[in-house]
Write a protein that binds this ligand. Structure first.
Ligand code: SF4
Length: 267
């Protein structure tokens, strides 16, 4: 049976595989995937080739056996040690449990980037493999959350508390979206997180404008203000792009392969 894994890249700076799932159970208005589904760390040229060649993304979905082979290959030849599951929403894949088992079976450290909605279904196995959870909360305001994601906030908060209570490692991510999720909103989120544990890490990302949304990118001043407000309640707050940077080093395309012939040969 196939997974919905369609794309894998390798970052040699931290020996990690970024494994992307195609589907998602949310419909976030500002989803960055509206700008493109291929890893933005790859060059524009490579992304353009992937975009034009693999229009039918489902055709490159991996089976569990193919995923195992790729993971083993990258472990043996590239020394891959960390599997980061993202996308898309990894837990929206019916094969998610099998994917986690396969990767854990070859001693990969597992990190899951998730919207948290389905986490309750997988807390047991994620706990068993000592996975690290990065839970994205788009807004701590119930109405705004529903408006932006199409899903209720309460389920996510319930799962967050349960994951923490069961002892899994967890960080929270949010996005500074000017006019929607402002520094004052992020302060309220930080207050909520601190009511669970003030040492839980909060990562604040800056919004990247996508078409048909009214929001722009936050200024550096606004990001710093969001960080300052969050730090009133939390010990570990990081601003992505300002205080923590993007991965460096070589980034390799692992799946799908670049087509051997990109354009017809005229010779
Ligand atoms: S949860 Fe993430 S992948 Fe899914 S729609 Fe929202 S931003 Fe996009």
């Amino acid at each position: 049976m196939k997974t919905s894994i369609y794309h894998i890249t390798f970052f040699d700076a931290n020996k990690s595989l970024y494994i992307q799932f195609h589907n998602c159970n949310f419909r976030c208005l500002g989803c960055i995937r509206r700008l493109g589904i291929w890893d933005s760390h790859l060059s524009r040229e490579i992304r353009d080739i992937l975009m034009s060649f693999y229009r039918d993304v489902e055709s490159v979905y991996l089976s569990i056996d193919a995923l195992r082979s790729i993971a083993l290959y990258t472990k043996d030849f590239l020394d891959a040690r960390i599997a980061i599951l993202g996308g898309g929403e990894p837990t929206a894949d019916k094969m998610f449990r099998e994917v986690v088992e396969i990767l854990n079976g070859i001693d990969m450290e597992i990190r899951v980037l998730t919207n948290g909605y389905n986490l309750d279904r997988y807390i047991d196995i994620l706990g068993d493999v000592d996975a690290y959870i990065v839970l994205s909360i788009k807004s701590i305001d119930r109405d705004k959350h529903l408006f932006y994601t199409g899903r209720d906030l309460d389920t996510i908060l319930k799962n967050f508390v349960e994951v923490y209570r069961r002892g899994l490692r967890i960080s929270i991510e949010t996005i500074d979206i000017p006019g929607f999720n402002d520094p004052s909103d992020i302060e309220k989120l930080a207050m909520y997180i601190s009511s669970i544990d003030p040492s839980i890490e909060l990562i604040i990302d800056s919004y990247i404008p996508v078409p048909q949304t009214p929001w722009g990118r936050p200024s550096e001043t606004e990001m710093l203000e969001a960080g300052k407000r969050a730090r009133k309640y939390l010990k570990n707050v990081y601003l992505r792009g300002l205080e923590i940077s993007k991965p460096i080093g070589n980034i390799l395309l692992i799946h799908p392969p670049l087509p051997l012939k990109v354009s017809p040969c005229n010779k």
